[in-house]
Structures are given as C-alpha cells and as structure tokens.
Design a protein around this ligand. Structure first.
Ligand code: ARG
Length: 465
C-alpha cells in the first residue's frame, strides 16, 4: 500500500483508507504550527513528569521520554528534524518521532491528555514568552522617547488641532505624549498576560481525564499562576489570543499615529526632523528623494494586525462548545501579529535615538498661525475681561493681523490697544512663544520645567509591567 492510502498512525484505527491527498494538505498545520515546538516539548516533559509522579508512568519510562524529547529538541534546533505533512501538526510530528527514537514507551506520553488541551497550553506558553519580549521592546522604545523628550524639552513647535496651528508646545511634551500611549500599552499587555498564564492541560479532549492527574504540579513546572476551572471552556476559547491581538492592534494604532507625524515632519514642507539614511530609502527615478519608509511601512502594517484581530473574532463567534478544528486557524494571524509587532517596535526603539530635530524650523512654524492667541485672551481675563469677551476681542485682533499679514506680536501696541483698553505694554511677554509654553506650568502641561519633571517620573515607571 502506498503511503497515501495508509490510515493515519495517530488516529487511523477506525479508518479503512487514508485521507484524500487534498484533505491531507488542507488539514495539515505543521508548516506553521511547528513554531510551537519548544513549548510543545516543554509541556510534554512536564506532563510526563506528572504522569510518573502519580504512578501512571514508571520513573524509568519517564526518564526515557524526557531524554527522547530533549534529543528531539536538539534535532529540531539543528534543523535535522523532518516535518511531515501527513502527521498533520507539530504535536503528532514530535510524538511520532519520539516513538521512532525510544520505541513503544513513546506511545505512553499521550496518556491523560489530548491535542486539544495540549495546543491550548502551547499557545499560552508561547504568548506568555512573546509578551515578555514585547514588553522589553516597548520599554526600550519608551526609554528612547524619554531621552529625546529631555533633549528637546525647550524646543518649541506648533501644537495642532484639526492639523491647524493651535498653541505652541515643546517637542519634549509631544514625545512624552507618545510615551504615555506606550506606557498604557505595556500595562495592557501585562494585564492580558495574567489571563494567559493559566494552565489548560488536564482538560484533555473536553471533559477531563480518568487518570489521577496532578494539574497543580504541571502548572508549577511550567510557571503558570494556576489551572483553568472548566475543561470545556479551557480547550475551546481563544479569548486570551483575541485579547492579545486587540492589545497588539492598539499598539500598532499608536505606532501608526506616530508614523503619520514623523512622515509629515520629515517632509520639506515641515522640515521639523530628519531620520538617519539607514532608516530611509531612495527613489529609482527621483534622485533627490529620501523617503521615511520605516514609518510608512509601520503605518501600513497596522492594517494587517487589525485585520488579524477581525479574523480571530470572526473565527470564534460561531463556535459551539467545546473544541472545533476551526481553532487551528488561530495560529497564522497570531504568529504574524507577533512578528509584525516585534519588528515594528524594534525598528522604532532603534531609530528614535537618531532622530534629528530642527529646532529653528519647528519654532518658525509655531510663530505662524497665531499660536499665542489664547495667551492674549487669558491675559485679558487676568485684566478683568470675561473670557467670552476676550475671545471676541482677540478674534478681531487676529483678523486685523491677517489683513496686515503679520503675527499678533508684530502689531504695534497702539494698534492692539484699539481692540481693548486692557492691553498694555506687558502684553508682549505673553505673545512670545517661550512665554506661552512656560506659562503652562502644571502637571500635564507643556512647560519645559514640567517636561523635565515628567521625564523623571516616566523613567521611574519603566520597570512596571
Ligand atoms: N492542530 C490542531 C489545532 O491547532 C491541534 C488540535 C487538534 N485536535 C483535534 N482533535 N483534531 O487546533
């Protein structure tokens, strides 16, 4: 009989023929789920130790299995492992190879478990480790932003609303706004990690197992905080992956917003920043071009990560309890999310320390667009004018300056005085950009002094997860 007609060695007992060729490749997941090999072996070793502890395996059988799994790990790491589609997935590939290496004892490893609780365990282990790595990258990026914020605490740039010049802010303050987004992102991942770090193994196929298992022992071996409460839920729900994917989408959304600003700022029309050549690319036709491709690609890759979130939500929505094969489709979106997110964070963490800020261009842009108009209104309020009246007065003064094509600060005192008696010579102190930012001197405000204090606080929070 040819290989194709043989029934599957792991579940073929009740079958009289092998799977259809197309079904075999359609059903196989090993090409992508082999990525779980390390965690699959780790989980299997803990399971074997537990089986020996409760007397289902002898100590000798357990040692043979552990040694066999360790050898397989080495084979895989050296690229010497032959992954076979006909063995469907990472779990059956490793188990079949174990039996090939150590003989019939290998067939005992799967006692008291199912691929259903096995795969749920593997994904949780992998996600947990990946989150630790992602949080480290987030912290590296945040540290770079804090350093940049401190460096540019006094640099004045326009703050925008509706993409129109609104009020002057400091470049450092702007960087710390990004840093805040990433601080919440770090915490969100940490929160999601708590719900990931619970052991499903022991749920077996869906109802639990008849063997006297010790789930707490396995949980402790694998560093889980506890065990899942319900076997039906534990083998079927992927809400932890969806939650992670949602947190990842939010991080990408934040990175995308930052990218959009970097792209604008690097355009000669703004000229606020420059990025190192090694993070930019040229044009094959326009010799002068230096394009901020990292930022554009990060903005673009946000689409696929958000798309993966939609895929996972949709994958889950129609599934009855308990495990369904649909869930095999969770891996590619999840793995691609992990890879995309890690690369984006790494690139930004690497690139940020090398952002050059053109302080003069930033200041020039802030000096256009009447960025200190609100300061003039506040000045009038301090002189006893009601805010709504002050708003009207300043609006008229701005209209006048627009006609004269100059800034408010360029209008002579006599002309300003026409709009309100309350305007005196000291008005020019509040009409300056430096006066404007320095005056916003409270926690959360843009004053350089506050930015420096906020940098210190932000740095102190870097280890928090
Ligand atoms: N490859 C499967 C998955 O990713 C493993 C579990 C398969 N279970 C089953 N009974 N076919 O979900």
């Amino acid at each position: 009989m040819s290989k194709a007609n043989e029934s599957n060695q792991s579940w073929g007992g009740r079958f009289s023929e092998g799977p259809d060729q197309l079904l075999q490749s359609f059903s196989a997941s090993v090409s992508f789920d082999k990525r779980l090999f390390f965690h699959d072996i780790r989980g299997s070793k803990a399971h074997a130790r537990m089986l020996a502890r409760v007397g289902v395996l002898t100590e000798d059988e357990c040692s043979q299995i552990i040694r066999g799994l360790d050898d397989i790990l080495i084979e895989i790491e050296r690229g010497q492992f032959a992954w076979l589609d006909e063995l469907e997935d990472v779990h059956m590939n490793i188990e079949a190879r174990l039996t090939e290496r150590i003989g019939n004892v290998g067939k005992k490893l799967h006692t008291g478990r199912s691929r259903n609780d096995q795969v749920a365990t593997d994904i949780r282990l992998l996600l947990r480790d990946e989150i630790d790595g992602l949080q480290a990258e987030l912290e590296r990026f945040r540290a770079a932003l804090i350093d940049l914020a401190e460096r540019e605490a006094d640099t004045i740039m326009p703050g925008f609303t509706h993409m129109q010049v609104a009020q002057p802010v400091t470049f450092g303050h702007h960087m710390l706004a990004w840093q805040e987004m990433l601080t919440r992102d770090t915490a969100r991942l940490g929160d999601c990690r708590k719900r990931i770090n619970v052991l499903p193994l022991g749920s077996a196929a869906l109802a639990g197992t008849t063997f006297p298992i010790d789930r707490e022992f396995v949980a402790a071996e694998l560093g889980f905080d506890g065990v899942t409460e319900n076997s039906l839920d534990a083998v079927s729900d992927r809400d932890f992956a969806i939650e992670f994917s949602a947190a990842a989408s939010l991080i990408m959304t934040h990175l995308s917003r930052m990218s959009e600003e970097l792209i604008l700022w690097m355009s000669p029309a703004f000229g606020f920043i420059d990025l190192p050549d090694r993070y930019c690319t040229g044009s094959s036709i326009m010799p002068q071009k230096k394009n901020p491709d990292v930022a554009e690609l990060v903005r673009g890759k946000t689409a696929r990560v958000t798309g993966h979130l939609m895929a996972l939500l949709t994958l889950m929505k129609g599934q009855p309890l308990a495990y369904n094969r649909d869930n095999q489709e969770d891996k590619e979106p999840l793995f691609d999310t992990l890879d995309t997110l890690r690369d984006c964070l790494r690139l930004y963490a690497d690139m940020t320390p090398h952002i050059t800020v053109h302080a003069q261009a930033c200041r020039r842009a802030a000096a256009q667009g009447f960025a200190t108009a609100t300061d003039l209104a506040d000045y009038l309020v301090r002189a006893g004018v009601a805010f709504r009246d002050a708003h009207e007065i300043v609006g008229k003064a701005v209209g006048h300056a627009v006609e004269k094509q100059c800034d408010l600060a360029d209008l002579p005192l006599a002309e300003l005085h026409q709009f309100s008696d309350a305007i005196q010579a000291d008005v020019f102190d509040v009409l300056t950009l430096d006066g404007s930012v320095a005056a916003r001197n409270h926690v959360g405000g843009t004053a350089p002094e506050q930015v420096r204090a906020a940098c210190t606080r932000a740095r102190n929070r870097l280890g928090e997860r």
